[in-house]
Every structure is written in C-alpha cells, then in structure tokens.
Ligand binder design. Structure first.
Ligand SMILES: Nc1ncnc2c1ncn2[C@@H]1O[C@H](COP(=O)(O)OP(=O)(O)OP(=O)(O)O)[C@@H](O)[C@H]1O
Length: 696
C-alpha cells in the first residue's frame, strides 16, 4: 500500500507548445540513453518510462492489445457489475463534458481493462484505432506509459499527454485518469477522460479526480452500520460533500477511510488498523449527530460523529424450518445491523469477499477450526446484496455421502426408501437468489465433487430420482479447515473444482496470531457480561494469561472458556488466574504477548486434539469444557447447568447437555448446536452413537 495519497500529476502548468517541446526533447534524450533533467518531465512519467524500458518495451513496439473474447468480456463486466453501477452517475455527468471536448469517458477495472466508454462517437472511432475501447487492457506493462495504466501503478491521478505516452502510436491521445479506492484502500477501478492530443482538455484531470472522489464517497453509504463513522473538515461547509474526510472506527481503531480523510491528517493507507481515535483527535468521540470543533495534529477541524459503533451482540440464532436437515436455509430478512467484529485485516477481507460474491466470484474460506469461518460466511451473506435472501448451509463432513447428495440435489417424491413423501427441493434450489455455504468442502467425496462441478458450470440441478433440470442462481461460499491445495496434490480433491471455488481465498488468522489479544479478551468478556452493573471483571493476571494462551480451538474455545468463567463468577468478583483451566494457567511465558511463534502451535493444530482443560481452584466439576465439543457451551435454560456438572462423569455430562439442547430445539440439530456453541458434526456423531447405543 502506498504511504500517502498523493496529489495528481499534470503537465498542464506549462503552456501546451512549451510542454510539447520539452517532452519531445526529454523523449529524445531518454531513448538515446542520455540522462533526462529532473524538471523536463513530470516524475511519474519519467518513472513510468523507466519501468517500460526495464521491461524491454520500445517506443515503436506494438503491444498485443487483443480484446477479450465476448464471453470473457461479459464475465469480467459481470464481475465488476457493482463498480459499473456505482460509477454510472459519474459516467453520465462526465458524458456532456466529454462530448463537448471531443473526448470519451472510460471506466476500467483495477487491472486497466476498459469496461465502459461514453462520449464523442467521433473520437471513440479514432480511439478504437489504437485499441482504446471496451474489452482491451491498458495496463502499463502491456501498453507502456498511459494515463490508465500509469495511474494504476502510481495509485494516484495521472495525466498523460501526447508524446508522454511511451508508445509512439499513442501520441495522438491526451488522457487523464483517477483510480478509485474502496474504504480499505484497495484499488477497485479507474475513471479516465481521453481526447485528441491536439485539443488538450484543461480540466480533464480535475474532472476525473472529482468524479472518482464522489464514487469513493458514496461507498460509505450504508457500508458500516455497526461502526463509529466520523466526518470532518477544517471548513465546516465541506461537511457532507465528497471533499470531507471520513474515518471509520471499530472500538476506536481506525479500520476504513476515504482519501481526503487520510490526506487531511497527513496519513497513508497504512494507518488503517494501526491508528486509534486518540492518536488522531483530542478528546472523545462525542455524541452522534453533534457537530463540534476538535483539535488534530494539523489544527482544528469541524467534526460530526455520524453514528456510534454498536456494542457487539451475538446475533440470535434464527429458527430453521426443518428438524431433520443438518442446516437449513435462513428465512429471508433484511441485513442485520449488528454482528461479530473482526480485526482490521479480516474486516478488509470481508469487504472484498462481499464485493466479489456480489460479482459472482466464489469465495473460499480457509483457517483452523474455530477461527470463525462460518461466522465470516454468514457475514458475507448479510452484508452483500443477497442478504435478504436465503443462506443455505450444509456441512459436507457431517453427513454420509448419500445424504449430502440428497441435501444438495433434492429428490423427487418417493425417490428412494425413506424419502419424504413430498420430495425435497435440495439446498441448491433453496439457495436460489441467496448464498449456498458448503462447509468442510475438503471432506466432500470425490464422486460428489464431479456433480458439484457440473452444477457450478451449468447452473442447473437435476433432482435425484429424475425430473427436469432446474436453473439455479446462488452465490457460492465454501470453507474448509483442510489445506485444499494440498488435498489437490494428494489427489483427494479435484483440481478443476478447486480452481472454480478458490477464485478468492480468505485465510482467517488463528487467534494466537492476532495482535492485541488482551483487547479482544476484554471485548468478548464485556459483550458477554452485557450492561449489568455488578458484572464480574477479569483480573489483570487472568486477562494476560488468557491473551497469552495458544487457543488451538481459536474463538470457539476462548469464547467457551470465557462463558464458563462468567457463569461461575460471583457478581462484582474480579476473576483470578486460579479460576482458569490448568493448561491456560500454565501457558509458557513466551506465549504471552503478541506474535507468538507459529511453531509453538502449528497452524494445522486442531481443537479435537487440544489438551483437555481442567479448570482451576474454582473447579467446576466438569473437566473438558474448553475443548472443541463444548467450547461455547451456552448454559441457558433447558441445558445442563454448569453447577450441576460436578456429580456426573464427562461423557454423561456431554451427552446429557446435547440431549437437553436437542430437546429444547425440538430436534433441530443446527439450533441445538448453536445453543451449545458446538459444531453440528458433534451432534450428528452423538445422534449416530445414540442410535447405535439404542438411545432415545
Ligand atoms: N469474530 C468473532 N467474534 C466472536 N466470536 C466468534 C468470532 N468468530 C467466531 N466466533 C465464535 O467461535 C465459534 C466458532 O465459529 P465458527 O463455527 O464460525 O468457526 P469455524 O471456523 O467455522 O469452525 P470449524 O472449522 O470447526 O467449522 C462461533 O460459534 C462463535 O461463537
């Protein structure tokens, strides 16, 4: 990421003729190997020429500017549909200016591929002769110095006129381009205004810069409903305009911003995740809606806190319609306003995943057990444009092959013995319009992988037992704790399926690698305690021990231990280190503090093999509460209470808790698993063993 959003580059300070002469002279020197004086050329242009020469491009070289095939181009456009929709107002606004100046306005994707052009038909024809038209890439690497490609490399607005273009053939163009960044600093596209070099457009650069700023400004609308959002500017009359600074804080940590916001404070994108509110402004966040003057290192600004970040609440599990299905689609509802929080890097990944999901790109979530892969998948669904439609989930590891197949594909009435009389649509069809989540896809049997691939390619499903193929439209999110690439190498996962589902892979970090784990422990503790006045607190040592432990079961395990500690603490008590499970208590010192070396707990470590957790002096009776199976036990009504556990052996306690949760959930496995905070597969194993033991 670049250090600081830098100002635009233009040669327009020089008069047109003088500029052309100076550039031609610089060009002669450059291509004859003579040094180019610093003031002869804008530095980004010179840097770009140098990059092109280093790549072996010559001024006469005709690049391979082949347009994409129709199919490829349609797919790329679809992928960037959200960007295209977002930029439509700006394209329209610039249209008239472009036509008047015999120019065209261009929208490209982040690689420089021209997605759309509007403007003067006359110039568009001439531009097409040098391949400046939809479906062609104008990356600097392929085309040499040009406004689109060079602005993307330099990550700032750039104007390239006539002979400043590296390739002589492009000397007929005068172009100004401004990249578009998302609130996390990621390049998502670019706007360009191009016209004939003979009629330079004096305001081209300012126009595209303004337009890009407006697109970026609109990206904040409705994007951060759970965070604190601050708008500010030295001049209060700029508040509410695209020139205002916008900063987004999560628990006072800066997680997103617009370019004016960073520039007003002299910051770069690397401030995201690193700076806190107190590092940037004096005083408190203030009250939502109130406008006031606040001091920064660069002077006073007018600031308005648009909304205060919501305290994190666990989203109540939503009832699922079927007790038999392993995980059923969630009923349609509007995107939630609250939800789990993530560290800044994961939040950025989530933003990207949402955009890609919206553009039809499958998302693969990797990470150790308990890191929150399903939580992340649900957030992709909630925050994206399919949030009001179904979220259909199936755990490929928990069901036998035949059952996953019928879960996914559905079956016709009476298709096989035991089939529900009315038949079942299958999750592919139930996910129609929404998101299909294939959890533990690494465990999907090979034969089913081929069928899944076919569905993904053909986008139609044929139910088991016959029937006509039915078209389906769902966004696909997959997850696995297994290294899928390795599964491909081993031959247990199809390479073609892998490449289809892994177009964007997010690897969620293990808890032990997160910085500032004490703050995380505090936050989770506070969320669980709620606002009750006599809520217990964690002692300093206890907090440090919790933050220093390796947590092989990640969030699931940590949340489970915190819940148990909280359930057993007396009101107002400061929970001491002696209350912790033995292995947390005795964690080696080097585990404590940020950045614990990975070799202490290898990335592949699974909670299933985690040491059992024997709680300390305040012994609760039950022994293994912190392991994967009972990690996030919810000691609510209908469950076996923690204080009752002492009398039973662990196996019986575990089974009783699972039976109680199943009974309280009317037999709905998903609901019972959420109630207990355990994985559904554990309940399925329990049900299977209950069946074989002849249980109820
Ligand atoms: N960001 C978070 N904040 C708070 N709690 C979280 C977060 N992520 C996950 N959790 C907790 O951890 C539990 C496990 O999360 P989840 O089931 O999404 O993990 P997973 O990676 O899918 O696990 P597995 O690989 O075992 O399926 C959740 O029930 C939730 O209580």
């Amino acid at each position: 990421m670049p250090a600081v959003p830098t100002p635009a580059v233009s040669t327009s300070a020089l008069s047109s003729c003088a500029a052309t002469d100076a550039v031609l002279a610089a060009r002669r020197r450059f291509f004859s190997g003579a040094p180019v004086p610093e003031d002869a050329l804008a530095q980004p242009i010179l840097r770009s020429w140098t990059r092109c020469a280093a790549r072996g491009l010559g001024p006469q070289s005709r690049s391979r500017m082949e347009p994409l095939t129709d199919g490829e181009f349609t797919a790329r456009r679809e992928r960037h549909e959200t960007l295209r929709r977002r930029c439509r107002p700006e394209l329209e606004a610039l249209h008239a200016a472009a036509r008047a100046a015999d120019s065209i306005v261009i929208l490209t994707d982040p690689s420089g591929l021209v997605l759309d052009t509007v403007g003067s038909a006359d110039f568009a024809d001439r531009a097409a002769k040098v391949a400046l038209r939809p479906g062609v890439s104008w990356s600097e690497a392929e085309t040499g110095t040009n406004a689109i490609g060079t602005a993307l490399v330099e990550r700032r607005p750039v104007e390239v006129r006539g002979a400043e273009h590296y390739a002589e053939a492009n000397g007929i163009l005068s172009c100004a381009a401004a990249p578009i960044h998302d609130p996390f600093g990621e390049l998502v596209g670019l706007l360009d205004l191009s016209g004939p070099a003979s009629v330079p457009h004096l305001h081209a650069l300012a126009l595209v810069e303004l337009a890009a700023g407006q697109v970026e400004h609109r990206m904040f609308e409705g994007a951060f409903p759970d965070h604190s959002l601050v708008r500010f500017h030295a001049d209060p009359s700029f508040l509410g305009t695209a020139r205002e600074g916008i900063l987004v804080f999560e628990d006072y940590r800066l997680i997103a911003a617009n370019r004016p916001g960073l520039a007003l404070l002299g910051l770069g994108w690397d401030a995201l995740g690193a700076k806190r509110f107190g590092d940037l402004f004096e005083g408190s966040l203030g009250k939502a809606g109130e406008e006031r003057r606040v001091r920064t290192r660069r002077g006073d600004v007018a600031m308005r806190l648009e909304r205060q970040g919501m305290p994190v609440r666990t989203v109540a599990p939503r009832a699922t319609p079927s007790a038999e299905r392993q995980s059923a689609p969630v009923p349609a509802q509007a995107p939630a306003q609250t939800g789990p929080r993530f560290d800044a890097a994961t939040e950025r990944d989530l933003g990207r995943a949402v955009r890609l999901m919206e553009a039809g790109v499958p998302v693969l979530i990797q990470g150790e057990t308990g890191v929150g892969k399903e939580v992340f998948a649900r957030q992709i669904h909630r925050r994206g444009n399919r949030g009001a439609r179904a979220f259909a989930a199936v755990n490929c590891a928990a069901l036998p092959e035949g059952l996953i197949e019928s879960e996914l594909f559905g079956y016709e009435e009476g298709a096989f013995t035991g089939a529900r009389r009315a038949g079942f649509k299958g999750l592919f069809r139930e996910a129609d319009g929404g998101v299909l989540f294939l959890d533990e896809i690494g465990d999907m049997p090979l034969s089913l992988q081929s069928r899944l691939l076919r569905v993904l390619q053909e986008r139609e499903v044929t139910p088991l037992g016959g029937g006509r193929p039915v078209a389906v439209d769902f966004a696909l999110v997959c997850a696995s704790h297994r290294d899928l690439k390795q599964r491909v190498e081993e031959g247990s996962f199809r390479a073609d399926l892998y490449f289809r589902i892994a177009q964007y892979t997010v690897t969620l970090p293990a808890l032990r690698t997160l910085a500032d784990r004490e703050a995380l422990v505090d936050r989770l503790w506070a969320e669980m305690a709620g606002a009750s006045p006599g809520a217990p607190t964690l002692s300093v040592e206890c907090r440090a021990a919790l933050a220093g432990y390796g947590w092989p079961g990640n969030f699931r395990q940590l949340v489970g231990v915190l819940r148990v500690l909280q359930a057993l603490a007396e009101p107002g008590e400061s929970v001491g280190v002696e209350a912790l499970p033995a292995d947390v208590r005795s964690a080696p010192l080097e585990w404590r503090g940020a950045g614990r070396p990975a070799e202490i707990m290898p990335p592949g470590a699974q909670a299933d093999t985690a040491p059992s957790q024997e709680f300390g002096a305040r012994d609760f009776g039950a022994r293994d509460l912190g392991t994967r199976d009972l990690g996030t036990r919810d000691f609510g009504a209908g469950d076996v209470g923690a204080r009752d556990l002492g009398a039973c052996d662990l196996g019986a306690v575990t089974r009783a808790a699972m039976d109680a949760a199943l009974a309280a959930s009317g037999g709905n496995v998903s609901q019972a698993a959420r109630r207990l905070g355990i994985h559904r597969s554990t309940l399925h194993r329990h049900l299977a063993s209950r069946g074989s033991r002849g249980g109820h």
